[in-house]
Design a binder for this molecule. Sequence first.
Ligand code: GLN
Length: 492
Amino acid sequence: MKNLTVAKALDMMQKKEISARELIDAAFARIDEIDGEVKAFMTLTHDKAVAAASVIDARRSNGEELGQLAGIPMALKDNLCTKGILTTCSSKILHNFIPPYDAAVVELLRDAGAIMAGKTNMDEFAMGSSTENSGFFTTRNPWDTERVPGGSSGGSAASVAAGEVLFALGSDTGGSIRQPAAFCGVVGLKPTYGRVSRYGLVAFASSLDQIGPLTRDIRDCALVMNIIAAQDIRDTTSADIETPDYTACLDGNVKGMKIGVPREYFAEGIDPRVKESVNKAIELLVSMGAEADEISLPHTEYGIPAYYLIAPAEASSNLARYDGVQYGLRVEADNLIEMYRKTRSQGFGPEVKRRIMLGTYALSSGYYDAYYLKALKVRTLIKQDFGHAFSRYDVIITPTTPGVAFPAGAVEDPLTMYMNDVCTIAANLAGLPALSMPCGSIDGLPVGLQLLGKPFAESTVLRVAYAYEQNSGLELKIPNTPPKEVRFNGQI
Ligand code: GLN
């Protein structure tokens, strides 16, 4: 598991050098070895996984045609509905929720033959940047278990980084795929809004949420996107745009590509060593024939305030459904109102309550125009900034995060935690595709490079990312057990 990628494992299975059963056994052996420390998983689905692997092996030996990801062990964030399998969103209010249906991406991956090893831990309802807001336990960064893996898809990122599975899915509302990808030294892609169906994703902020892959390299990201990017009439925001073969653009050629480098993303507050890594990556792309210019995205500074009005506003509405009546936690009381009150007060954690209060306030009459409507206008300005930039540039490159993974417990106040999203939020507000990939390390901790593209130009983003990956000299590295012995040592 430590040296494999999805592409390599598929090749080995094709050549009958390894069976799906052996691969899933190796995944669970690695989980046994390391997950006590990393704690990436909420739920393991060992027996179902082994049964699915055996079916694939039998079908292969019968010469039957198999799906494109047949036999590949994967993990899913615990906010993706899985029929008959616990789906908690790492919230006590859903501690017993067993969905009666699968999310669209779960169906697609199953049809492609991918095998779920389990569901991963996350910040409760995807609200957070460290996985410390999980209602159950905290996941640790495999490169240094004293540190956080990022969030909210921290369990998914850690499971891939630790070599427990070959890929995972996360969700990204303001950076929750890219920030943990950066902290854990893996690749994470938030697709264009509408590219991947949100059907069966437990809603946080519906106008911002997107599902995307966390993988060990760029080719694997393309392979997973080939499966999950599909129109779905059950999600009315799902786009009716044909899915290209995302591996077709991985040719290593960036000649003549135009890169915009927005100065606002290199301002105060970004660790100078992060800036240096990102600048070196841009220099490498330029040496390969790309052109890079400094640009301005003037409304960048309003991204965080706009997001922290819009996302909580939508969340306060989406989370109204958890009332103890239909599913999830129910705390009995003398009357209905008391039952609602007790259920919600015991079921939701502090960050979720904070967001519900913020959102309810922002939407209340008298404040709606001053806060929510204003935030929507700012969102339009941010979108226009990108529109102007992308009329001249093919991709925009920035750091993914202001710094590297921080120690667990180190960030106590919510505002400082919110600042983790300073580089990632704009892509959600504007609905753009954005990818994070490793571009070096600081004191053994991974640094993330962010590439943003035009709407539905995932292929362009992947092309540039692949070209960089192939020439960066960074190698795929998986931490040993105990994890602290070997740190991330990818160097440019
Ligand atoms: N960290 C951000 C938040 O707390 C983003 C979360 C996400 O993308 N799901 O809202």
